[in-house]
Ligand binder design. Structure first.
Ligand SMILES: NC(=O)c1ccc[n+]([C@@H]2O[C@H](COP(=O)([O-])OP(=O)(O)OC[C@H]3O[C@@H](n4cnc5c(N)ncnc54)[C@H](OP(=O)(O)O)[C@@H]3O)[C@@H](O)[C@H]2O)c1
Length: 351
């Protein structure tokens, strides 16, 4: 086992490509109940960049190792009295900075220590790319549909940014569960793709009126459940399009990609419809959910996702690998509109 490893560290809040440095750090030692993981692959999520810019719902202590979400790796060593996992196993680490305190201090490093109760073994047939993206987006899709909104078979679900990774997973899951989806996209080009993926209806805001079109598609009963990750005016229109008593769960704010535009971070609701039609708007944040869930419940949800992915119900597009040294390119790709493959940091077999 090497004594030192490479880690991508941000010294302070700022633009990720400016504040990140490749550093050599001692390989950590696992304590009681912990495992030492040799990381194989870890994604660059938009939320990782929000954390470094100081705009996320959680602020780590700086300097901080980047990557606060998820990774896959092999167990290299166990701390004293650590049970339930074995050395050599390939496992998913859910690192999301669960409130009130993070379980893992950064995934953009070659080795990390993690609570062994939060590790999920993954079968060989799931690639590193798939395994390292199993937690954040698929779990969000699963929890939104089955727990937060509790959408039943035959019910209608309205969702925005249907072409996003989470949006696509919601479509796949809904199809599997017999839920009918009305999918909002912003580009006409995306419409056929969403239909081919199994989206029942698609509304394109480039040339259609969201509220009017949803009313036509949903019919007299209307739609009572929605998931929105755009916020701003689109979020407001989603609320407007709901039937009385309906609710929208907001889980993202893509209207203002870097969360710098205060107007787009606001969802202007009509007080009349909130009062007289008792419509509700709620938030969902996986981190908060994980903070409240027991390790067993969190692992149960993650293993449900693993099953759905292994059975081909959910598919996670292959990411694009980058070595740590090319972090500026990886970050730039993560922020390019319609970038397709998600950038991943990958590590050599030698660690
Ligand atoms: N709350 C949570 O716990 C949680 C967990 C996971 C993800 N999220 C959030 O979920 C959202 C989606 O994440 P992701 O990783 O699935 O995204 P992604 O794969 O990077 O996809 C982004 C998508 O959003 C669309 N988009 C971007 N800006 C838009 C706008 N202003 N209006 C409409 N569509 C827009 C893009 O459409 P084009 O194809 O037209 O460019 C693209 O399809 C993000 O906001 C993320 O932070 C939240």
């Amino acid at each position: 086992m090497p004594q030192f490893m490479r880690a991508l560290v941000a010294g302070k809040v700022g633009e990720p490509a400016d504040v990140l440095r490749l550093e050599s750090r001692p390989v950590p030692t696992p304590e009681a109940g912990q495992a030492l993981i040799r990381v194989k692959a870890t994604p660059i999520h938009a939320s990782d960049l929000h954390v470094l810019r100081g705009r996320y719902g959680f602020r780590p202590e700086f300097p901080t190792v980047g990557g606060h979400m998820e990774c896959v790796g092999h167990i290299e060593a166990l701390g004293p009295d650590t049970e339930g996992v074995t050395i050599g196993e390939r496992v998913v680490v859910v690192a999301v900075p669960a409130i009130p305190r993070p379980h893992v201090a950064g995934t953009w490093q070659e080795y990390l220590v993690a609570d062994a109760r939060r590790l999920l073994p993954v079968p060989d047939r799931l690639s590193d790319s798939t395994a390292c993206q199993l937690a954040v987006n698929p779990m969000t899709a699963l929890l939104l549909v089955t727990r937060e909104l509790d959408v039943g078979p035959g019910e209608l679900l309205l969702q925005t940014a249907a072409g996003s990774t989470v949006g696509r997973l919601i479509i796949q899951l809904s199809r599997y569960l017999g839920i009918r989806t009305i999918n909002v996209v912003r580009r006409r080009d995306a419409v056929e793709e969403i239909k081919a993926l199994g989206g029942d209806e698609v509304v394109c805001t480039e040339d259609e009126d969201l509220v009017r079109r949803v009313a036509e598609l949903a019919g007299p009963a209307g739609v009572r459940k929605a998931a929105d990750c755009v916020a701003g005016q689109v979020g407001a229109q989603v609320s407007q399009a709901l039937a009385p008593g309906g609710e929208v769960v907001v889980y993202g704010a893509l209207s203002t990609h870097r969360q710098t535009d205060p107007a787009a971070l606001t969802i202007p609701l009509q007080a009349r419809s909130v009062i007289y039609e008792t419509k509700a708007v709620r938030g969902f944040w996986l981190n908060r959910w994980l903070g409240a869930a027991s390790p067993e419940d969190a692992l149960r949800a993650l293993s449900q996702v693993r099953g759905l992915v292994a059975d081909g119900v959910l598919s996670i597009p292959e990411g694009r690998p980058f070595p740590l040294e090319r972090f500026a390119d990886a970050i730039s790709l993560a922020e390019t509109p319609a970038h397709g493959a998600k950038p991943l940091f990958v590590f050599d077999e030698g660690g």
